[in-house]
Ligand binder design. Structure first.
Ligand code: ATP
Length: 366
C-alpha cells in the first residue's frame, strides 16, 4: 500500500483543513495509507507523533474548520541539509515516499529541493547506518505534489489559491461594518489589507465594497501627483452626495518611485481635504474564520486531484502543482509556477512594472 503524507506549511489560510480532509479521505478511498505531517516541515524533521497516520474519522468536521488543524510553521531546520536528512529518515522508517504540501511558494520550493536531493539523502543515510540497504532500495523516489494555500492569491499558473476568497469575504464584511459608522459621522476610512506583492485582495475588495480609491503594488501611482488625484476623486464623490470615503491600501502599495504608499500618508492627504479620517489595519482578521463555499469546493476538488497526481507521478516527470484554470482543476509544473511567481515579485521590486505586467499576463494565458 502506498503511504502518503500531507502537510500545511507557511502562512495559514482558510480552507487548509478542507484540503487536508480531502487528501486524507481521497487517499484512503484510493487504497493508500495516509499520514499527517504536523507543524509544517517540523513534522518531517522531528518525526515522532508529529508524523503519524490519520484515519477517515480523524478529519471529521474539518471541511468547515478555519486555519489548519495539523498546524503550520516556518521550519528553519528544513532549510539545512541536516534537517532534510532527518526528514528523509523519518519518512523512510515509516515507509512514506509521497508528500502533498499545501502552502505558499517557499513551502513548494522546499518540497522540490527535497525531492531533487532525495537520492543523495538516502545514500548518506545508508552510508551512516541510519537506514538499511533494503529500505534504500525500496524508496528510491520521492513523489511531491503541491497545493497552494494562500490568502494573497499570488501564485502563477492558477487562477485562485485556497483561502483567497475567504479572506476577501472577511475584508468585505469588515469594510461593510466600517462603512455604516463612516456614513453616520461622514468620515473617511483608510483600510489597509494584506497581499504583499499582490494587490488582488485590495483590488477585489475595492470592487466588492465600492471603494473611492485603491492603492495596489501592480499599478503604482505617480509619486508627485497621487495625493492631488486622490483628493480630486474623493472630493468629486463627496460633491455627488456620498457621505463616506473609503480608500483601500494594499500593504505592499508603492508609488512609481518605489516609495511605500502608507496608510498614514493616505490619511494625511484626506485630512488635508478637511475629512475626519481614521486608519483601520485589518491584520490577522483576514486569515481568520471559516472558509467560504468556494474555498471548500476548491480545496476538496484539488485534494482529490493531488492524490491522483501522487499516484500517477513518475520519477521522470516534474513535480505537479494543482491549480484551477477557467473553472477546471489542472496540474501544472510546480517549479515553473514558483519561478513565474518569484519573477513577478522581483520585477515589482526592481520597479520594472511593464515586465511585471507582461509576466502576469503570460502566466494567465498559459
Ligand atoms: P507564505 O506564502 O505564507 O509565506 P510560504 O510557503 O511561501 O508561505 P515560507 O516561510 O517561505 O512560506 O516557507 C515555509 C517553510 O518552507 C519554511 O519555513 C521552510 O521550512 C520551508 N522552505 C521554504 N523555502 C525553502 C527552501 N529553499 N529550502 C528548504 N525549505 C524551504
Amino acid at each position: 500500500k502506498k503511504r502518503i503524507a500531507v502537510m500545511t506549511s507557511g502562512g495559514d489560510s482558510q480552507g487548509m483543513c478542507a484540503a487536508v480532509r480531502a487528501v486524507i479521505r481521497a487517499g484512503i478511498y484510493f487504497g493508500c495509507e495516509m499520514y499527517g505531517c504536523f507543524e509544517g516541515y517540523t513534522g518531517l524533521v522531528e518525526g515522532g507523533e508529529k508524523l503519524r497516520p490519520l484515519e477517515w474519522a480523524d478529519v471529521r468536521g474539518w471541511l468547515s474548520e478555519g486555519g489548519t488543524l495539523i498546524g503550520t510553521a516556518r521550519c528553519l531546520e528544513f532549510r539545512e541539509r541536516a534537517g532534510r536528512l532527518n526528514g528523509a529518515e523519518n519518512m523512510v522508517k515509516r515507509g512514506i515516499d509521497a508528500l502533498i504540501v499545501c502552502g505558499g511558494d517557499g513551502s513548494l520550493t522546499g518540497a522540490d529541493i527535497f525531492r531533487s536531493e532525495w537520492p543523495s539523502l538516502l545514500a548518506e543515510l545508508e552510508k551512516t547506518g541510519r537506514i538499511t540497504a533494503t529500505e534504500h532500495g525500496k524508496y528510491q523516489h520521492l513523489t511531491i505534489v503541491g497545493m497552494v494555500g494562500s490568502i494573497d492569491n499570488d501564485m502563477a499558473l492558477t487562477d485562485n489559491t485556497i483561502g483567497a476568497y475567504s479572506s476577501l469575504e472577511r475584508i468585505c464584511e469588515m469594510v461593510d461594518y466600517i462603512d455604516t459608522t463612516a456614513a453616520s459621522h461622514s468620515r473617511a476610512f483608510v483600510v489597509e489589507v494584506m497581499g504583499r506583492h499582490c494587490g488582488w485582495l485590495a483590488l477585489m475588495a475595492g470592487i466588492c465594497c465600492g471603494a473611492d480609491y485603491v492603492f495596489v503594488p501592480e499599478q503604482p501611482p505617480c509619486a508627485k501627483t497621487w495625493r492631488a488625484d486622490l483628493q480630486a476623486v474623493c472630493s468629486k464623490h463627496r460633491a455627488a452626495g456620498r457621505r463616506k470615503t473609503t480608500v483601500i491600501v494594499a500593504e505592499g502599495a508603492i508609488d512609481d518611485e518605489l516609495n511605500a504608499v502608507t496608510s498614514e500618508e493616505v490619511k494625511q492627504a484626506l485630512v488635508e481635504l478637511g475629512l475626519d479620517t481614521r486608519v483601520t489595519t485589518l491584520g490577522h482578521v483576514q486569515r481568520g474564520g471559516t472558509a467560504v463555499a468556494f474555498d471548500r469546493m476548491l480545496a476538496t476538488m484539488q485534494g482529490v486531484e493531488a492524490v491522483k497526481a501522487a499516484l500517477e507521478s513518475t520519477p521522470d516527470t516534474p513535480s505537479p502543482m494543482i491549480g484551477i484554470e477557467a473553472n477546471q482543476i489542472v496540474r501544472v509544473p510546480l517549479m515553473e509556477a514558483v519561478k513565474q511567481t518569484k519573477a513577478v515579485a522581483k520585477a515589482i521590486d526592481a520597479k520594472d512594472f511593464d515586465a511585471a505586467f507582461k509576466l502576469r499576463d503570460a502566466a494567465f494565458q498559459e
